[in-house]
Design a protein around this ligand. Sequence first.
Ligand code: ADP
Length: 345
Amino acid sequence: MPDLTLRDVSHRYGDRLAVDRVALTIAAGEIFCLLGPSGCGKSTTLRIAAGLEDLQQGEVCINGQRVAGTGLNLPTEARHVGMVFQDHALFPHLSVANNIAFGLSHLSTSERRKRAELWAGRVGLSGHLDVFPHRLSGGEQQRVALARALAPEPAVMLLDEPFSSLDNRLRDQIRDDTVAILKQAGTPTLLVTHDPEEAMRMADRIGIMQAGRLVQVDSPVGIYGQPTSLFAARFLSETNEIRGRVRSGLLETPLGSLSASHLADGTEALLLFRPEALAVEGAAGLDCEVVRARSLGPYRRVELRLAGAGETLLVARLAPGPLPEAGSRLRLALDLAACHIFPSS
Ligand code: ADP
């Protein structure tokens, strides 16, 4: 079965450790996303898998075969990888058909044309085979880049921020189309992005990177719902954070006492929850004063001050409806199942 495996991969630029003992396996048909802030080592990891960066430590295997490790560093062209980058860099002097067929020089002219027609069809560009790149929209160009990378039937696909240059609506469509095409091809795919929404929309599994290290690997649902660190929780979305101290296994906060038996007594900790964990409730709800409310279309973003919690502001994401006035009061319920407690660092 095709797969991509990185074992104990580390990489330094001078004194700087850019990738720190990264290990991952991507199975056939799986889309694995490296997600993290700029500079955390995502691209370096991808470039090491591609052979664009010499391996310094660890091992890279494609389809169970070592392509880089001690004493071995196969060049990119011998690794059978397909790549798409942010600047899709099509050949401007080649038609769509010839761009797609670029990596197929081992085939006869008629086979090349046939394969280009097949892939142009798969990316929805059958009618554009003889068009030149400058006549295509950004999204169409990106589809050609994808088809060009997939046409040689690579063992692994490597995508580095491939959609960042596209505008929002188009980007969503291309993301979904790309997932469908990659799934149909069954090619293990490593996707690099700093955009949590892109990762959640496209990936089967997400690996969060922080300062060169892979700190959590899980499904999109798991990463979002069960972050294992403050860093991972904060990176995925806006959060509410309330400080408290653990006493007798409970974290005492202005929202009430929550079980924190995994932390030692006296620990300073943060109660963390996402804005959608708050919902409008009847008279029994938490008493909050509205500071500011905005409609963001699919939801209302409401900033609140909780009675008894000093100046701490909370953010709620509420279903669309009339905007509450600043200074008015709302009663809110907190979904305790969506709360996380981390030691405050
Ligand atoms: P990301 O893709 O997550 O933005 P990179 O892998 O590009 O991160 O970079 C990781 C770290 O390595 C950053 O601090 C970056 O400045 C540094 N770095 C990347 N490429 C080079 C290079 N060619 N020479 C020196 N430092 C580099």
